[in-house]
Design a protein around this ligand. Structure first.
Ligand SMILES: [Ca+2]
Length: 429
């Protein structure tokens, strides 16, 4: 037993931490200026191996067989002022371009602060171009300011659509939206959750089924009771069956969950939640967990930020981040990334993230005991890239891409094959 304890202790130290292979590189995939403000890349998981580049200006570009196609997948009108714009793209999990042709976009609705998710189908016989006549509004939520919009969109391994939304701004979440699960006005009173007349659904990750509802229930906070809605509620959502709690909510307590991802190997969710003036955080939500509170505005990163109102008592379901780093050395804003599961064997199992201001790429590893390296508040800087990293993406093979505010798309590459690391206590599930 003592030997096991010693081994476990050793595995928890950095001496045994996984590191990226020495020849790991970020190779140019698309040169700067080739596409406009690429906030991420996605794939359709349909065997086509196409890569879709999300431009913040409302356009989705298609990269196929080594070439960027001239005609976009789709182009929508959005509002790109401040942090707004086209922020997310997700293909239906059964998408094959033939029998299932649906995909979804999250975007800022023009001439507003509000956010929406819209459905399209690719054209029958041409999966590289949307049939714009199929456009359907799925869900929309109001917002009060131009910043803290979240906007990422992914189907989970459970087949439901997850959509992240920030606290709406301004600083300090003065209205307390992130901790409120029901009606609340913009009244500068975080203790007034459950009063007022408005549903904001801000500071959340929502979980919906993008199948229309004939008659919305009173617990569907982005719909009108008794009227048709463009979505429905998964029966096992965490706030279903509890009255005066919005049934769309999967997780809450976030400031600006700008990017989140699912681990393709096991379904864990990774949320990069942008902090305010001091701490940036990344949190792992175990596969299947719902109803998690990520802590804002009671916590910024792993540090207490406010202890009044809803933050005066212990948070229910609170999960602390595994990564929390400070605004030093020019760092300012987390860009959440993936846990790598692609063809570079020595990189498998490592989680990457970046800071928008510095362009630094960070790698973290998690051992079989669930201990992360580096420990809070440290970051392991793999490379300080010259630009501002605004997104990540995976292709069908698990290759990971990095997108830059200057318009370039980069890809992690390596010739190394260090499979032996997988037997050294590093989590490989
Ligand atoms: Ca409810």
């Amino acid at each position: 037993m003592r030997l096991i304890a010693i081994i476990t202790s050793l595995l928890a130290t950095s001496a045994f931490a996984q590191t990226p292979p020495g020849d790991l590189a970020l190779t140019q995939f698309l040169a700067a200026g080739t596409v406009g403000t690429p906030i991420g890349v996605r794939n359709a998981a349909d065997g086509s191996h196409r890569i879709f580049i999300i431009q913040r200006d409302g356009v989705v570009r298609v990269h196929q067989n080594g070439a960027l196609l001239a005609t976009p997948l789709v182009s929508i009108t959005t509002n790109t002022a401040g942090e707004r714009g086209l922020l997310g793209l997700a293909f239906h999990p059964n998408y094959d371009g033939v029998n299932e042709r649906r995909f979804y976009l999250s975007y800022t609705i023009p001439v507003s602060f509000a956010h929406g998710v819209v459905e399209f189908q690719t054209t029958a016989g041409n999966p590289n171009v949307a049939d714009v006549s199929t456009r359907r509004e799925v869900i929309s939520v109001p917002d009060i300011a131009s910043n803290h919009n979240g906007g990422d969109l992914h189907f989970g391994p459970d087949g439901f659509l997850y959509w992240s939304i920030g606290d709406g701004g301004p600083q300090n979440d003065p209205h307390g939206f992130a901790q409120c699960l029901w009606k609340k006005n913009a009244d500068n009173n975080p203790s007034a959750c459950g009063t007022g007349t408005a549903f904001y659904l801000l500071g959340k990750i929502l979980r919906i089924d993008p199948t229309p509802t004939a008659s919305a229930t009173s617990e569907m906070c982005a719909a009108v009771t008794g009227q048709p809605a463009g979505y429905s509620i998964p029966a096992d959502n965490p706030h279903v069956g509890t009255t005066t709690t919005c049934d769309e909510i999967a997780h809450h307590g976030m400031r600006n969950p700008y990017r989140f991802t699912f681990d393709r190997a096991n379904g864990d969710m990774y949320v990069g939640d942008v902090g305010q003036g001091t701490w940036e955080e990344t949190t792992r939500i175990p596969a299947g967990a719902l109803g998690v509170n990520l802590g804002w505005r009671c916590f910024e990163g792993h540090v207490v930020f406010n202890s009044t109102g809803p933050c005066a008592s212990a948070l229910t379901g609170y999960i602390a981040p595994f990564q929390s780093y400070q605004h030093v050395s020019g760092r300012c804003s987390i860009t959440g990334g993936y846990r790598y599961r692609g063809p570079i064997i020595a990189l498998r199992g490592m989680h990457m993230s970046s800071d928008f201001c510095t362009g630094e790429i960070y790698f973290s590893s998690r051992n079989s005991a669930g201990v992360w390296d580096p420990a809070i508040p440290n970051v392991n800087i793999w490379q300080d890239t010259p630009g501002n990293v605004i997104g990540f993406g995976e292709d069908e093979s698990g290759n990971v891409y990095v997108t830059n505010n200057g318009g370039s798309v980069l890809q992690f590459t390596s010739d190394s094959d260090n499979g032996g690391l997988q037997a050294s206590g590093f989590e490989s599930e």
